[in-house]
Design a protein around this ligand. Sequence first.
Ligand code: SF4
Length: 225
Amino acid sequence: MLIGGLLKFSLIDYPGKVAAVVFTQGCNYRCPFCHNPELVLPELFESSLAPQDVFSFLEKRRGQLQGVVVTGGEPTLHAGLGSFLERVKSMGFLIKLDTNGSSPEVLRGLLERGLLDFVAMDVKSSPQYYCKAIGVMSDIARPLASIELLKRSGVEHQFRTTALKPILGVEDAREIVQMLGSGERCLFRRGTLEGKILDYGFFADKPEYSEEEWSEIVSLYKEAQ
Ligand code: SF4
């Protein structure tokens, strides 16, 4: 596990829980809107934290924190993820995984081992614009397989999409909702170009949703049951 950072206290990263957040280094996607280039581009990586340092911190927080969020980068790329989560779970913490869904085999393994209590998966766009949204050519059957796994898992989960006009039109948002199917919702979060992002050039002409477009996208979440 390459761990790039540890947030010791968060009220917003694990719904309804007080949690610590572990940030892994490295990602197989290059989403132009990504706000964590220092966790994605190897040349920007800072020195890693040893897993033992995280365990020592968590030992001291037993009874104070309820959960641990593992996010990235993309955590499922790390061979040591399963054993890391096993150790965290054995300490009594709930575990939330944030993933881009590109490793359905890893996700299946973690679910089967009962290591996950909550999974948040990014659904980057409709199939048509998926590769544009992730900035690389990639087999989108993989995130689609992860969606199906989560739907059948019985584990609490959330699908979410960063909505920015060049990679997600109203029709794409509709397609995502249809793709997820009944009983599932997608949280569309309006993306921002403020602060550091991976590829400013991609958004050079700063296209924005009209009020009407954005309210249509928001209503898709409200309408879905
Ligand atoms: S936003 Fe995209 S590039 Fe950034 S960490 Fe997530 S999947 Fe990787």
